[in-house]
Design a protein around this ligand. Structure first.
Ligand code: AMP
Length: 284
């Protein structure tokens, strides 16, 4: 496995490759969710292809300075995870390698990114689109792999690829969860033991609401109340950032369920750690 730290070396390594290139962008602090993406990339590239993983904590997609400052970093372990997953090339640049001090061009998606995390984290998806396009231009992959855990991110990137005619396939991979349902996240390591023990209630409540919506036993307007009830019972201090039922294609809020597939999405602070999760609610 080759590790490169700057754009020049990345371009040189990339140019040596004539086979299929599959790219997995990450921010490090790698866990089994990232590993699933890398394994999928390895299968997709085949033994002859090149699997590239980037490890880059992109400052422009953080809306809260403290979240960026406290973002976990486990570089040595990350390299071991990449190696075990059969990655060929790790690109781990420093921020000033990626951004010019006076960079003045940003990519904005202006529809799908207006709700959910896009509405609550100003500039977040501009940061995501811009860095993903830059990394795309540096790696020229045939395929880019993303986790469905960040489903709005997948939708926004697919739209960028469509609207800017990027010749690349986007491959979404299922969310990897603990056995108790908690979606794996780099931020989980920052949870107190109490919060970690109580966080599975997020997915359990999503499942419960999905079942009731599908069975007609719950209206969309009742969802928020259900989450408030559940979280009130916990020892951990929680604050709901949003709970929304949205159209699975447009990401726009739905006030009624039944005519099309929906996504029920939640973002909640457990102490001061922001966790997101979602469930697809198919029409009965
Ligand atoms: P991050 O390092 O958080 O930027 O994530 C890098 C990639 O891994 C993104 O495409 C995420 O959606 C994906 N990812 C993060 N957590 C999970 C998970 N639990 N299951 C599947 N993919 C994940």
């Amino acid at each position: 496995m080759i590790i490169v730290r700057n754009k020049r070396d990345l371009r040189r390594e990339r140019q040596k490759q004539s086979g299929k290139v599959v790219f997995v962008p990450t921010m490090g602090a790698l866990h089994a969710g990232h590993q699933a993406l890398m394994e999928c990339a390895r299968r997709e590239a085949g033994s002859e292809g090149l699997v590239i993983v980037s490890i880059f904590v992109n400052p422009t997609q953080f809306d809260r300075a403290e979240d960026l400052e406290n973002y976990p970093s486990t570089f040595k372990q990350d390299l071991a995870v990449c190696e075990a997953a059969g990655v060929d090339l790790v690109f781990a640049p420093l921020a000033d390698e990626i951004y010019e001090g006076d960079s003045s061009v940003v990519v904005t998606e202006s529809m799908l990114s207006t709700t959910l995390c896009g509405a609550r984290r100003p500039g977040h998806f501009d940061g995501v689109c811009t860095v993903v396009l830059k990394l795309y231009n540096l790696t020229h992959p045939d395929v880019m792999v993303f986790g469905k855990k960040d489903f709005q991110q997948v939708a926004v990137i697919q739209r960028m690829v469509r609207d800017l005619d990027l010749p690349v396939e986007i491959l979404p991979v299922e969310t990897v969860r603990e056995e108790n349902g908690l979606a794996l996240s780099s931020r989980n390591t920052r949870l107190s033991s109490e919060a970690y023990a109580e966080a599975p209630s997020i997915y359990a409540t999503l499942q419960q609401c999905a079942r009731e919506l599908q069975g007609g036993a719950m209206e969309p307007a009742e969802i928020l109340g259900r989450f408030e009830e559940v979280f009130q019972e916990l020892q951990t201090e929680t604050r709901i950032d949003y709970v929304e039922l949205v159209d699975a294609e447009t990401m726009q809020p739905l006030t009624e369920f039944g005519s099309k597939d929906a996504i029920l999405a939640v973002a909640v602070f457990f102490d001061d750690i922001r966790l997101i999760d979602h469930i697809t609610v198919q029409t009965p």
